[in-house]
Design a protein around this ligand. Structure first.
Ligand code: TYD
Ligand code: MG
Length: 462
């Protein structure tokens, strides 16, 4: 056996260096290089790269014409909101990384899935964080029956693998990948080498035996997955579980998905009996909306195939700083600056004398330009102290000339608003030019320019 080789690995990005460096040359962060032992006792990592569905021995180039479209075998997880994010269910032989802050509900979610999948398939739930008793307590609280559910409290990779070989599960859950360590690697559990090598072993096993795997990954204090970024590259899908711990709502979103889109989100509510799916997220996002207050406006954002109605709040106050503050939560800064510049230039509004605080309620982040006009309306409303009526939905993309540009899926958005009790919608004139939009119970107000929104704002009533 060769003597172990020491390398230095960046805890932020996984970059390696033969000697210690104060600053990572790859990501530029300071004090992130830690010492790790590279040598693995038996096999070299290069011999164990994951092979995408084919074994390494017969890995020959294939004529493109002979490639067949894979028919992904999916199994529903029992939670429709999760299946939606996964692109229709858990793919056979895929590896999904579920990440989120401690206490957000990852173990709860996985236990619920285990139960649902365990009705007709063999599930092995490996926990490196909790004892069997603790798992049982949680499972009882969730009403788990677990027909074919096996639980293993273990952190040693080799023992987990030998148990898995015995049980031969269809689905394996590893909670969490950071707690699992291999005897063959000399560095501490949770270190980058350990996490990477253990993950690689599981990925190979998943691909070779067609086991669906769900790995839990902890996040570090910056919000990224603790351990190397390579973990995200290795797996088939990366899901983030987010939400405010003080609030009951949780949002699950895919940041990577080899088997589906990354646009969909799933919404859950944490109850005392586990996570409940929220079938009507718009209702949730609009609950507790203040009435008759300036600075608020309803917007509609398409999240994948589903329109979501949420509320954007703006607070515009005279500034005491030499350069005014702009704070934005849920909307990209550049977009906010752009909208502000258009409003200053085209409407002559003096935002440069004011601080602007912007927030999308419910922790949603809006990436769609179709929300521009609602954001603009909220800011104008706060600046001028005039109110956007509660039953008015504002839709439209703002152009640099102050013109309102067409948006996609307009009818779907307006229908969703009508369902939620809105009675008026400001929409881009361009969308209705050729075919007027008719939605029952809705007054449609087509607008060409941002100035037309002003006349829909009203004085506050006391
Ligand atoms: P947990 O799933 O252990 O979070 P994670 O694995 O992401 O660290 O638990 C999340 C929190 O949810 C925990 O503080 C307790 C709470 N909880 C409920 O409110 N209801 C429940 O039914 C369960 C099981 C947990
Ligand atoms: Mg947990």
């Amino acid at each position: 056996m060769k003597s172990p080789k020491t390398i230095y690995v960046c805890t932020e990005c996984g970059a390696q260096s033969p000697k210690w460096l104060g600053k990572c040359p790859h990501c530029g962060k300071w004090n992130t290089m830690i010492e790790e032992v590279l040598q693995i006792e038996s096999e070299k990592p290069s011999a164990r790269r994951p092979s995408m569905g084919s074994s390494l021995s017969d890995n020959k180039a294939t004529a493109y014409q002979k490639l067949t479209t894979p028919a992904y075998m999916r199994s529903e997880s029992g939670l429709g909101e999760l299946d939606r994010v996964l692109g229709g269910g858990l793919v056979l032989g895929s590896v999904v990384l579920l990440s989120g802050e401690p206490g957000i509900g990852k173990s709860t979610l996985l236990m619920q899935i285990s139960d649902a999948l365990g009705q007709d398939r063999k599930v092995l739930y490996v926990s490196g964080e909790e004892s069997g008793g603790q798992l049982k307590l949680r499972a009882e609280r969730l009403g788990v029956t677990g027909e074919h559910l096996y639980v293993l409290t273990e952190t040693n990779l080799e023992k987990i693998l030998s148990e898995a070989d015995e049980i031969k599960p269809d689905v394996m859950i590893l909670d969490s990948i950071q707690t699992i360590y291999s005897d063959k690697i000399n560095s501490a559990p949770g270190s980058i080498t350990q996490v990477r090598e253990c993950a690689l072993t599981f990925i190979n096993k998943a691909k070779a035996e067609g086991i669906s795997m769900l790995l839990v990954g902890h996040v570090n204090k910056e919000g990224g997955i603790a351990g190397p970024k390579v973990l995200e590259h290795m797996v088939d899908a990366v899901l983030y579980f987010e939400g405010e711990r003080q609030q009951a709502y949780r949002i699950i979103r895919a940041v990577k998905n080899r088997y589906g889109s990354t646009n969909e989100i799933g919404v859950f509510e944490m109850t005392d009996r586990g996570l409940d799916e929220v079938a009507n997220p718009s209702e949730m996002l609009l609950s507790g909306r203040p009435k008759n207050v300036s600075g608020n406006c309803a917007l509609c954002s398409m999240e994948g195939t589903r329109p979501l109605i949420a509320e954007v709040q703006a607070l515009v106050t005279p500034t005491v700083f030499p350069s005014p503050r702009r704070t934005s939560n849920g909307v990209d800064y550049n977009r906010v600056y752009l909208i502000l510049a258009v409003l200053e230039k085209r409407l002559g509004l003096k935002f440069y004398q004011n601080d602007v605080y912007l927030n999308v309620v419910g922790g949603l982040s809006i990436g769609e330009p179709a929300a521009d006009l609602a954001i603009a309306a909220a800011m104008i409303s706060s600046l001028t102290d005039r109110i956007v009526p509660d039953d008015l939905l504002v839709i439209g993309e703002l152009g640099l000339a102050g013109e309102i540009r067409a948006v996609s899926n307009l009818e779907q958005r307006v229908r969703e608003a009508a369902r939620l009790g809105f009675t008026r919608a400001i929409v881009p004139y361009r969308n209705t030019e050729k075919r007027p939009l008719k939605v029952e119970g809705m007054r449609i107000i087509p607008v060409r320019g941002v100035y037309e929104v002003l006349k829909e704002l009203k004085e506050p009533t006391i």
